[in-house]
Design a protein around this ligand. Structure first.
Ligand SMILES: NC(=O)c1ccc[n+]([C@@H]2O[C@H](COP(=O)([O-])OP(=O)(O)OC[C@H]3O[C@@H](n4cnc5c(N)ncnc54)[C@H](O)[C@@H]3O)[C@@H](O)[C@H]2O)c1
Length: 315
């Protein structure tokens, strides 16, 4: 079985590629750039706005896992027009290429941010979703709607996965856990927006990737699943855990709240457990420790590279 992963060079996508391989599935990567982690995997370098390039990549594949996007809400805020083109038109291109290639399933990587404007403090896949305030969420919901439309109009089966906030090795440096770890290691203060009581159900990225692969099951067609962690972790708790695990006594300071920030809901992933057999198995502190170990190792490797460059320039 061959599965194309758009955004396969990214944070979540690279772990999905790992998991596909461990399940005996052949992954192919479609991305703007090559993956730093998968030299032996077939790559298609291009933009998801290019339907023809996508068609070429999808030729002979069974399914597509669509993860390419402007995934950082700050980038969406800075350049909404570009974000809209990639996150909305890009999804349409993926669906269109999939339709023309008779792809058997399109798995779409959405987000639990779609629940941000729900009044209920607890949400599941049946919770009605009001119009979103944040443009990022609007682009993700638009893509969900497109998946449904393509299924109804063209019989292209979809699965929508709403991811919680992933963390773990290879995370983008701008996300909250990498920022805190980096600052703590440099001895800088850890800044917490607002009172820091906004919580998330962080999900360890390898657990998340397993859920994405399980969504290839035939029974997951035309279904929506939340894939989220089970523990409620506040931003302040993360700062405190990082401070303790890095062990340098970094200060924790408060800054003003971010506009449109998702204050946090309890997101229920029972459906994924019952139908896909998925559970996030990694406890938060264990995942955080693994991330800190990976971060330190990466830092050592980068330092070694710079020392070699320095030595070469001096000789
Ligand atoms: N990271 C999160 O917090 C989070 C949470 C929920 C949902 N998601 C969703 O999961 C998906 C993956 O997120 P991620 O964290 O791995 O992001 P990421 O930024 O690490 O990876 C996205 C990948 O998409 C590629 N890409 C972007 N635009 C492209 C284009 N026009 N053509 C081809 N490739 C393009 C990038 O090069 C990158 O490798 C996204 O759809 C995101 O919205 C992410």
């Amino acid at each position: 079985m061959r599965v194309l992963v758009t955004g396969g060079a990214g944070f979540i996508g690279s772990h999905v590629v790992d998991r596909l391989m461990s399940h005996g599935v052949t992954p192919l990567i479609f991305d703007h750039h090559r993956s730093a982690h998968h030299q032996a995997v077939e790559h298609f370098i291009g933009s998801i706005l290019d339907v023809e390039a996508l068609r070429l990549a999808m030729n002979g594949t069974h399914a597509v896992i669509h993860l390419a996007a402007v995934a950082d809400v700050r980038d969406v805020f800075e350049d909404p027009s570009y974000a809209e083109s990639v996150n909305v038109r890009g999804t349409l291109s993926v669906l269109e290429a999939a339709r023309r290639c008779n792809i058997q399933r399109c798995i779409y990587g959405s987000t639990t941010w779609v629940y941000s404007d729900c009044l209920s403090p607890e949400v599941d896949e049946e919770t009605p979703i009001p119009p979103p305030s944040h443009l990022y969420t609007a682009t993700k919901l638009a893509s969900e709607y497109y998946c449904r439309s393509y299924s109804t109009l063209y019989q292209l089966p979809y699965t929508i996965l709403r991811f919680g906030i992933p963390y773990g090795p290879r995370a983008r440096d701008g996300a909250v856990i990498p920022l805190f770890v980096g600052k703590a290691l440099r001895g800088e203060p850890l800044t917490v927006a607002g009172d820091g009581q906004q919580f998330r159900q962080f999900v360890y990225v390898e657990d998340l990737a397993e859920g994405v692969v399980l969504a290839l099951k035939p029974s997951a067609a035309e279904r929506v699943y939340n894939l989220d962690g089970e523990e409620r972790i506040s931003i302040r708790q993360i700062a405190e855990s990082v401070r303790e695990m890095v062990g340098d006594g970094a200060q924790i300071v408060s800054t003003p709240a971010r506009p449109g920030d998702f204050s946090g809901k309890r997101v229920d992933s029972t459906r994924a457990r019952l139908e896909l057999g998925w559970r996030p198995l990694t406890p938060f502190r264990e995942g955080l420790q693994r991330y800190i170990d990976w971060y330190r190792l990466r830092q050592e490797q980068q330092n070694q590279i710079w020392s070699k460059v320095d030595a070469a320039l001096r000789s």
